[in-house]
Design a protein around this ligand. Sequence first.
Ligand SMILES: *Cc1c(COP(=O)(O)O)cnc(C)c1O
Length: 809
Amino acid sequence: MSFSKEEFKIEFTNRLEKQIGKNIADATIHDVYVTLGQFIREYVSRDWIETTTNYKDNHEKQVYYFSMEFLMGRLMQTNIINSGLAEIIKEGLTEMDFQLEDVYNEEHDAGLGNGGLGRLAACFLDSLASLDFPGHGCGIRYKYGLFEQKIINGYQAELPDYWLQEDYVWEVRRADQTIGVRFGGYVEMREENQKLSFNHKNFDTVLAVPYDVPVVGYLNSTVNTLRLWSAESCREDFNLLTSNRVDYDNFLEYKRSIEDISGFLYPDDSTIEGKILRLKQQYFLVSAGMQSIFKQFKLEYGNNLSLLSEKIAIHINDTHPVLIIPELMRILIDDENLSWEEAWNITQKTVSFTNHTTLSEALEKWPVSMVKQLLPRIYMIIEEINERYCRELWSSYPYQWDKISSLAIVGNDEIRMAHLAVVASYSVNGVAKIHTDILKKKEMKDFYVLYPEKFNNKTNGITHRRWLLNANPRLTSTINEAIGTRWINNPKELTSLIKYSNDAAFQEKIATVKKENKERLANYIYETNGIKVNLDSIFDVQVKRLHAYKRQLLNVFHIIHLYQVLTDNPNVNITPRTFIFGGKAAPGYHYAKKIIKLINSVATVVNNDPTIQDKLKVVFLENYSVSLAEKIMPAADISEQISTASKEASGTGNMKFMMNGALTLGTLDGANIEICDFVGKENIFIFGLTADEVLQLSTENSYRARDIYNNDYRVKNVLDELMKDRLPGGESEFKDIYYSILSNNDEYFVLKDFDAYAEAHELVDQTYRDRKKWLSMSVTNIAHSGKFSSDRTIQEYATDIWKIRPRLS
Ligand SMILES: *Cc1c(COP(=O)(O)O)cnc(C)c1O
């Protein structure tokens, strides 16, 4: 199905009249957005049906990617570009006096995720569809996404993100496929014909209504599905009212409590709170998702359950959806009458698992009492899995009680979700080489000894379609002019750019693109923050969630240091810098919020001090999100990836920057290590402690932050600045930070890495003055970024873990 520009204009005008009831002359940009969105969604629906039917007809194995988070961002541009309509629509709209870019900006981000983990899930969906793989997302349709961040007087304030206020044009409600999810009640056990049966009684049923979002592949007619579940109360609940068992007020409250299950996304990406609502959300997702997959499976394969693991792969993104394991066991045993052994055999061959962190505060554990009460049957199954598994442990480690209890799934009245995930899945992967190594050698060492065959690495990736084609059209054209377009379907072919790394003409083109992108960001900064930034300054960017281990603090300390140097001697010759920050702090994470305040206080002082002659500017951009990231990445010169080595599992922001020609200033942590291996040491700025050194300092307990404070006058001056009143707020504002470093001994080695960091910054400064060298490094980074496309990552998951193949069309 294709159409001309003229046909598009006619169709578009008709729709606008019918849907919105307006003439094109009266249409607002928002009207245009809604009309265009509906048009595109309908346009892809034929391919959507065709793809779904095609998978079924060919009995393709399908993978379901379960994630509590999908940080999708906007979809208009992706869908237009992926379905090949960009030119016609752009020209058509222009002739009707609308700019496509303005239409893109009308879309509210789907912010159903916190950060890296949720964005990874979104990139994976794009790669699955673009590579023709039968792979779908399974998530929750939160009524409120991640909060909107406002900066008020330098402090973070949180506003609710009611992204559904305007109808979401991409979703289709499928009420006919509603599923019931059971909570509470009790289990009656009965023995019939020497077989135990389990009867779940007196439960509450919550309705799970699916909303499907099409996931459009790049120019390949494949359209997969992201299925998001919404919680609704049951029609039968009205009986409560008509039978006069509850009054109207209580009924409304009951209804609200049910809808709350898909009410909001928990806004913390690294510490778990044992909140019952969160547990409900997790079970709601996996029970609805698994039951729905199971229904589909039975329609296609009848009762041939032994085919399940051949035809279905279930992947869990971190431990959040791990209850899918007992849920699948429950369906197989209670509903399908399989024996425990048969059910376990199938489950173990179906579920695979990705670990995302080694931070201990992020390891999920649920109190036994909570799970028992909310999910009585699921708890029984977990207990049985644990018992059988502990018996196995006993045969490997007889009489080693301590070892067995430390490895058990249930212990200390808690369920250890990571243990359940490792024991019951057939594949456990980390997200970068170093992360997987740390899992094997340290964090999950005992499990690696038990199940070495399960462990594998899948280094994260990002979709180059969003992060290069969509976000940076100028760079995309420049690349296309040099090496053609084959790299788009095979991003590793970006390496052909290497031959241009020292080509003066190509370098200048890259420089022009960067300058234009910097100008665009500079305008945005002026509009939002009222700060005028110098386009010839180095745009030095750290955007990511605020967290102590990510060390935004190291960055601010260094800025304070530079400022002190300049106020002492305004004539010091440094390359002008614009330090750009962005990122949200979890609302309850006071320390991270203080760091935001510190950045903003430093910004106020630095930006308003005429004596330093605009050599430094500091900008905090509020509400870091996918759409903001798309504006920032193309304009960055320096990518700050400065986590304490061993703490960042992979990082994906680092890859987005690299692909857009920024140079990394980073520690040997996460995927920075692989970036360094690819571009070579001479094309990256690496500094600081290695992971081994960090782990050694931690175990030896030999680090003394105060010694550095006492011996390095720069460090002393910076810390002392926190306790003076040159920074607005002064001592009372920042003493928590001061004491976390000096009294609590600087858990993340900020002071220990300060000297190396400052030295690396000097090298950045020197290198930037050598324009040819800088541009050569930049081109080299772009050229090697293809390795970090999520197409490569997904290809690896498909072959090594899921055993799926591209569909035959
Ligand atoms: C990529 C991305 C992240 C992850 O960034 P890291 O630097 O890897 O922590 C977080 N939030 C958004 C909006 C992103 O696009």
